[in-house]
Design a protein around this ligand. Sequence first.
Ligand code: ADP
Ligand code: MG
Length: 263
Amino acid sequence: VSHDTTPAPRQVDTSQMKVSDEVAIQITEMNKWFGTFHVLRDINLTVYNGERIVICGPSGSGKSTLIRCINRLEEHQAGQIVVDGIELTSDLKNIDKIRSEVGMVFQHFNLFPHLTILENCTLAPLWVRKTPKKEAEATAMHFLEKVKIPEQAHKYPGQLSGGQQQRVAIARSLCMKPRIMLFDEPTSALDPEMIKEVLDTMIELAEEGMTMLCVTHEMGFARQVANRVIFMDQGQIVEQNEPEEFFNNPQSDRTKLFLSQIL
Ligand code: ADP
Ligand code: MG
């Protein structure tokens, strides 16, 4: 786990990043258990379109579980999660619909090793969206250009650096044209010199207005890009604020302790 405070790699103009008053995600009194272990407690969270939210907190506090609940990789047992107006229930149609609107990028890139970069990017559009092959490939090349590795399209994941693979993972998500992107420690498995290229890609997404929830220890990124920082501990949202206030004037003792350990 990287606890460094790498500054965001380039100047970010957040004044251009507009937050809408339309709700993207509404979580109400949500609770989740793993067996008897109460992992998420009374989570209430409203995310507006265009927000860049950074979620931080100690290991085991429930950050991954929370964002995995948003695209139903995990199931919650009480309360409500509504994404783009669709409630997440056991209704499979709704789950498919939400998964097609919510992209997710993991710490370990989860690319298919036996498929080329291009094939990794066209797989879901071809098989889930039934997009014609030519169109899926054109879209994939568009997003590979966006993450600045179009020349790698015909290589296999194992031939790329970690930073390049993570950018492919982001491009692959974008090929499904999501409205919301979830990131779970996208730079934690990367060497320091590769963190910058992935953060740059995320900054560009933010500049284009993507709604983003990012679990990350990159506090430089949080300061410069986030409009809101959320601190979780023991399955609860303990505190949230705009970055300036969050870092300079933390309210709870748990937040102060956490910040004193990582900054
Ligand atoms: P974080 O991402 O903040 O480190 P997680 O959401 O991964 O935390 O985990 C929160 C807690 O839930 C931890 O105590 C973890 O051990 C537990 N946990 C996570 N996934 C499972 C699972 N599939 N089954 C049982 N316990 C789990
Ligand atoms: Mg985690």
